[in-house]
Design a protein around this ligand. Structure first.
Ligand SMILES: [Zn+2]
Length: 301
């Protein structure tokens, strides 16, 4: 079996059976650089998107179906950012941010979620087409980073005691981002409707203290393989298991044929207004900044 390197652009599942704890750990390197290369964001937005992509990888790698999709979307009002979207499909990640350059300029160095998003909400959508399972949770964007918001999502929407840590750092010319998600979930548990969960189960605080001791520096260090980091945190536990690693990459699903079919649905007069000076309709993909030029006469037939 070819071994997957566990330093960056990878997510790893973790289980601590004796504590009924499970989770994911992930680190992104060139995936973040590739996503950011399509945009020209200020550093504070680059850091936020790096953390958002890491959270997307942690949550996306929880999906059981290979066709499953996970989407993070921040809807906001009055903040420096008015839209943030990231998604995950089969290990492929993409994302973008829409922001107000002047407001971003005025932000402190380490802005809170409220300073970034104003009155904002984070929608997390799990979509598993084979099982026809789709559910969405929405939580207020409050706290110091997206990890805090994700933690409240699990506590409020899913009633699962959880710990989420995210970090991103530019080392030299390259971004590295890492995240840890741990949940208290009795092994083999099934069903989404939980009647009751003890948030004070003695196993959980123990796991949360060990997991919570992870340093931002350890999450982002590309020299530290993820299995070594898990060992560093949990080596006193009776048993720690890892699941097969999931390689992560930057992937965009924009497709010229699809773009053409969407434009073709507009009434002819509206399409005429879209035609640029070069006689073509140009559509840009918000995720990867690819540009598609369409000849209007291709659409009229
Ligand atoms: Zn694209």
């Amino acid at each position: 079996m070819p071994s997957v390197q566990l330093n960056s652009d990878v997510a790893l599942g973790v289980a601590i059976p004796s504590r009924n704890a499970r989770g994911r750990i992930a680190r992104l390197g060139s995936v973040v650089d590739t996503v950011l290369a399509s945009h020209h964001y200020p550093p504070v937005i680059e850091k936020l998107l790096a953390e958002a992509l890491t959270l997307t990888a942690l949550l996306g790698s929880l999906l059981k179906e290979p066709q499953g999709q996970l989407t993070l979307q921040a809807q906001t009002e009055g903040g420096a950012i008015d839209l943030l979207v990231c998604d995950y499909l089969g290990g492929e990640l993409r994302g973008y941010v829409r922001h107000d350059a002047e407001k971003v300029e005025a932000l402190p160095e380490e802005p809170t979620l409220q300073e970034l998003f104003g009155k904002g909400y984070l929608a997390i959508t799990f979509d598993q087409p084979v099982a026809e399972e789709r559910y969405q949770g929405i939580v207020p964007l409050e706290g110091k980073n997206l990890g805090d918001a994700a933690q409240s999502y699990f506590a409020q929407s899913e009633q699962i005691p959880s710990l989420v840590r995210l970090a991103a750092e530019k080392r030299g010319d390259h971004w590295y981002a890492g995240g840890l998600l741990l949940q208290h979930l009795p092994e083999g548990e099934e069903g989404r409707e939980r009647l009751h969960t003890r948030l004070d189960h003695p196993d959980w605080p123990h796991v949360a203290i060990l997991g919570g001791s992870v340093k931002a520096d350890e999450l982002t260090d590309p020299e530290l393989p993820l299995d070594d980091l898990i060992w560093r945190l949990f080596h006193d536990e009776e048993e720690v298991r890892t699941l097969p690693a999931i390689p992560l990459s930057r992937g965009c699903r924009c497709d010229p044929a699809y773009v053409r079919s969407v434009i073709a649905k507009f009434p002819e007069e509206e399409r005429a207004e879209m035609v640029g000076d070069d006689g073509k309709i140009t559509v840009d993909c918000a995720f990867c900044s690819s540009s598609f030029a369409i000849e209007p006469k291709e659409l009229s037939s």
